[in-house]
Design a protein around this ligand. Sequence first.
Ligand code: ADP
Ligand code: MG
Length: 237
Amino acid sequence: MLLIRLDQIEKTYFLGEVTVPVLKGVSLSIEQGEYVALMGASGSGKSTLMNILGCLDRQTSGDYFFEGEELGRAPGDRRAMVRNQKIGFVFQSFNLLPRTSALENVIMPLSYTAEGLSVKECRRRGIEALEKVGLAERIHHTPAQLSGGQQQRVAIARALINHPPVLFADEPTGNLDSHTSVEVMEMFSALNAEGITVILVTHSSEIADYAKRTIRIQDGMILGDKWNRAENRENTL
Ligand code: ADP
Ligand code: MG
């Protein structure tokens, strides 16, 4: 089933007198259950594209459909609802609250998305999410007491707390060493194997190789779009 469709998306930043065209007519479709890497050099527009795909930012022109609904021009509260219910985000810098336990970090999104849940139920869900990323023994540790890889897994657990069908990750291994990167990428692969759509941004071809499809971006345009696995070769554009 079609999850996201972009049709001739352009994004221009306006900085006073200066206009900065960043996305220059991007069209693409992503099906439910895909595992996609958005790859390109620094400054090519990957994060800008991810923010539009993930309903975090609005396009300047073109159409953005999420599950068939044009959301690029939808009211902010509608967009926020879709984000909260359908999309999880993971970033390069983890974005965890310091001096706050892993469990508290993970259940934080519930305080504004799941009104009416009891404290007990929030904790149960938080523990479940931390178990899923292999951190059941670390629920009371603060970020400073965790390794980089563990912190990123806490961030993944937080992204999963509302059971979103789609997970976006912007350079999720950018702050990690190669050994820890493998651990985090295997986590994304396992989540995709469970049916979660995973869309990740990377400038590294080694990281992109974990995905099943690689979309290459250069100067705000799609340069290539291919399926990585032999069995899907017939889909190669
Ligand atoms: P990437 O993630 O591939 O490194 P970005 O999408 O972050 O690239 O940025 C693409 C281009 O857009 C860069 O030239 C960057 O300077 C510019 N840019 C990104 N965000 C903004 C912004 N908020 N205002 C102005 N220019 C921006
Ligand atoms: Mg970026």
